[in-house]
Design a binder for this molecule. Structure first.
Ligand code: 9MR
Length: 571
């Protein structure tokens, strides 16, 4: 039966901070009430289930249980009395409940580092040899210029493997690295004290910034020193087999400079210059170098406004071929404004005028939302009029998500169009934008107490929490979407080290792509997807690069959202 699944209560099985909204989804049935039992079997809360509703995306009829009133730390189970077969997995309520998850989501980047070994001390059973030194990388014909010619060799080490494959792509590195930098910029206290366990830990930099630097170092080598343009990617000609990194030895190339890559680079370098400035003593001159790299990239893009990526005939790896560049221009401008303070950058965004930059939930190909994230963070430097505009635009986006959340049978802000390749990252980037809306209330409220009572802020955080709940188990698949965390996590991600290392459990801390009715990989899979329904189009099989791969741009919002809700969910 399409959509059939075993009967269970679906809940965020990692748990909830004390102040968070807490929802569970119960299969439709005769029960009208629910009970929450504490660790000793005592009743901690009773409530009424909602009326049943059907979600067309999963085809099932469900009722909702709202446990938000329960704020006492402990371990609980949810029971639906009239149907003895329904009792939830135990779940925790505690402040700090997402701290280990956030640390693991950052450590996942360490596991995906190119050009270094994962040590036994830090990686345990996931220790592995170094792969891809990338010190002898060829200039591909598509990237040749008057100085660097086809076949010339450059050094371009470090960075993260993009995903389950071993290539490195600037466009996708852009949104990813920025999201890690923004996590620190917005919640410095939390990330400053977060212990991740990296080779650099204890060097005076917060670990989330240490991890970001590994990729920033690589990104800088992708800029052509002769003109400021940035290569689109560093790649093999074709994908490697399912082997460990040190076994993958194909020649590596840098391919074509593009406007999208150059602008994403400019945005990230500008943000990094700003966020790392307080740590300049650790590496004198770094912040200025990053800023200069950003400015040189911006200048190149002004001279090359529409150089789109065109996959060369001999290259078949990921394309990240963005065709709309207005959002990349806007995002780079916003970051350069926030870092340099120069009005010329702000002017290009046309706040309040015709041609104003749009706003949407961010994705690798759609980064104008990131411009608003940075405008919101630095709004105190804007005119009073522009401050109002920033507040309004972010609020309108969030209000739309909140409305969908309220109307959804599953209490998630998701709709059909969100279920693309990497849908789980769409879910978490929604949460990231909802969190910006909540933070804007904080910045204007008369007091912390007044902010906490604000109904819009409460809804924005509750909807963001629901997005996190979704990837941690409150979804129609009934399974966590993060390796190593929560109930029934993915066991067979499309991730070369997880497949090739001979260890049963996959490398932990990775968000998989999630339900994708496109099923673009079905011809490559020996087994069919369990369903064709939108929210059930997920296959926990290593073959499934379209629903069960891991990727750096999917993990970054997990780092941001888990950390942010850990902070904002405390009472
Ligand atoms: O995340 C990307 C998704 O939006 C695209 O639809 C898909 C097909 O072009 O590619 C995804 O990115 C993949 C990249 O091209 C190569 N490394 C793995 C990425 C995740 O599957």
């Amino acid at each position: 039966v399409p959509g059939a699944r075993s009967v269970q209560i679906d809940i965020n099985s990692v748990g909830f901070p004390t102040g968070a909204a807490k929802w569970a989804v119960v299969p439709d049935g005769p029960a009208r009430v629910f009970t929450v039992l504490d660790g000793r079997g005592r009743v901690a809360l009773k409530g009424r289930l909602s009326a049943p509703a059907t979600w067309p995306l999963s085809g099932d009829s469900v009722k909702l249980a709202d446990l938000s009133g329960l704020r006492r730390p402990g371990t609980y189970r949810l029971r639906v009395e009239a149907t003895p077969w329904v009792e939830s997995t135990p779940f925790t309520i505690a402040d700090g409940v997402y701290t280990p998850l956030t640390a693991a989501a950052i450590r996942a980047f360490y596991f995906n580092r190119a050009s270094t070994a994962v040590t036994p001390a830090l990686g345990g059973v996931y220790a592995r040899a170094e792969g891809h030194p990338d010190t002898r990388v060829l200039i591909h014909a598509s990237a040749a210029g008057p100085k660097r010619q086809t076949g010339d060799v450059i050094s371009s080490p470090k960075g993260w493997y993009d995903a389950g494959d071993y290539n490195k792509y600037i466009v996708n590195s852009g949104i990813t690295t920025f999201t890690l930098l923004a996590a620190y910029e917005h919640f410095p206290g939390f990330y400053q004290s977060l212990k991740v366990g990296l080779p650099e830990s204890g060097n005076g930099l917060p670990d989330v910034l240490n991890e970001a630097l590994w990729n920033l170092d690589w990104m800088q080598t992708m800029q052509d020193p002769d003109d400021g343009g940035v290569y689109h990617k560093l790649t093999n000609l074709r994908f490697d087999g399912m082997v460990m990194p040190d076994q993958a030895k194909a020649d590596r190339y840098v391919v074509q400079k593009t406007t999208a890559a150059t602008l994403d680079f400019a945005a990230v370098m500008a943000a990094a210059s700003r966020v790392l400035a307080p740590f300049d003593a650790q590496s004198p001159g770094r912040s200025a170098r990053l800023r200069d790299a950003a400015l040189a990239a911006w200048d190149w893009a002004q001279q090359h406004k529409d150089v789109l990526y065109q996959q060369p005939a001999d290259v078949v790896t990921g394309a990240y071929d963005d065709t709309r560049l207005s959002d990349e221009f806007a995002w780079a401008a916003a970051e350069l404004w926030a870092t340099t303070g120069e009005a010329r950058f702000l002017e290009t965004l046309r706040l309040g005028g015709a041609g104003e930059v749009g706003i949407a939930v961010p994705a690798w190909s759609d980064v104008d939302g990131l411009a608003w994230v940075t405008l919101a963070q630095h709004r105190s430097r804007l005119s009073a009029q522009d401050q109002v505009i920033v507040q309004q635009r972010v609020r309108i986006l969030a209000a739309g998500l909140i409305q969908r959340w309220k109307q959804s049978a599953w209490r998630v802000p998701l709709q059909t169009s969100d279920f693309k390749w990497g849908s789980n990252s769409e879910v978490l980037n929604q949460a990231l934008m909802l969190i910006q809306a909540a933070r804007l209330v904080d910045s204007t409220a008369r007091s912390v107490q007044a902010a906490a009572r604000d109904p819009f802020r409460r809804d924005a955080l509750a909807a963001a929490q629901s997005d996190l709940d979704y990837v941690l188990g409150r979804n129609p698949l009934g399974r966590s979407q993060v390796t190593g965390f929560g109930l029934k996590p993915p066991m067979h991600p499309h991730h070369r080290p997880s497949e090739a290392d001979g260890i049963v459990d996959p490398v932990p801390g990775f968000l998989v792509g999630g339900a994708n009715p496109g099923q673009q990989d079905k011809a490559d899979c020996p087994v069919p997807y369990p369903s064709t329904l939108t929210a059930l189009s997920w296959l926990d099989h290593v073959c499934s690069y379209a629903s069960n791969e891991i990727a750096i741009n999917w993990n970054a919002p997990l780092v941001y959202v888990a950390g942010a809700l850990d902070v904002l969910g405390r009472t």
